[in-house]
Design a protein around this ligand. Sequence first.
Ligand code: V47
Ligand code: SF4
Length: 365
Amino acid sequence: MDISWYRSLGLADVAEKAASGERLSMEDGERLFACPDVTAVGALAHMVRARLHGDKAFYVLNRHINYTNICINGCLFCAYARERGQEGAFRLSLDDIVQKATEGPVPDEIHIVGGCHPDIPLAFFEEALTALKKALPDTELKCFTAVEIAHFARLEGISTVEVLTRLKRAGLAMLPGGGAEIFAPEVRSRICPKKSTAEEWLRIAGEAHALNIPTNCTMLYGHVESVRHRLEHLDALRRQQDESGGFACFIPLSFQVKNNLLGVREAVTGVEDLKTIAVSRLMLDNIMHIKAYWIMLGVKLAQTALWFGANDLDGTVVEEKIGHMAGADSAAALSRAELEAMIRGAGFTPVRRGARFTVKEAAHG
Ligand code: V47
Ligand code: SF4
């Protein structure tokens, strides 16, 4: 590390903390965001990333399935959701779900999320997981955000712990990280006033961890939030992780700006994306993996992000609606060969992983 570079930027103390593994404060995070030289912030994040993962970059053979876009929450940033009966509204049957899951090569992970539908019973999801596990016994089922878990509990009149326990019994391996958005109440009330609160989201993550269900976590940035809100969000995740330890991966989600009711029309720059990823890597000293989600970033920026603190690209995906309905112009799917070439082309060694980041195939040169 070239400390004179950081001295010239007024960041020598932050750089030394990062080098020694000392926890960064929120003020450190603010100074990193304010640094005009994104490469300096990226180099610090890369140092931490290399310490944790060397030159490995992870990917997963997965398949996304959205079971419905009918949702009672009406988040103002969401281009995906519809009301029941509205044009474009859909809901998959159990057979549709199993058919989608089994139509291609056997995936290592199935990622299932949907809107908060007014009346799909929990028994439907238990049946779906049981059927998927029967059809694909070696595939890990990563399903339902904490927001959906809260919704199922409310519909059934049972606790969220009971919902998690029943779904785990049916085959659930892990929860995806969605629904976290930005935790600050003044932002939440503007962008998703009907959604679970931050406290509820974090509580459910902790409950899942206690039941030995790991979860991912996310942050939706680039809309009406400030840098301070992002840092408070990262700090809340870091504190939750100190307590319950089950976050496998953090995914910063760059806001795709088409078709939203927030009035946001301009996406953040690639530089801002890279800085957000780098600061996330530096702040989240207790979360092992940082994902550069190629669907939202595009392939080229996701490759670049591997040099700015990220160590995972997500996967084959196959079919994606949430980002694409909001204008994401990435492809809908990548093949295994494309993902591996993407990682090698960026200068890293590809590692195929499962949903819970167990290595499926060791890195080879
Ligand atoms: O919670 C919605 C976000 C999330 C937009 O855990 C948007 O491995 C950008 O969480 N622009 C769902 N983002 C997706 C998600 C996810 C995706 C991939 C992998 C994993 C994982 C989790 O998508 C929502 C919301 O934060 N979102 N609309 C948009 N216009
Ligand atoms: Fe519904 Fe999720 Fe869209 Fe919010 S982000 S409206 S909860 S589908």
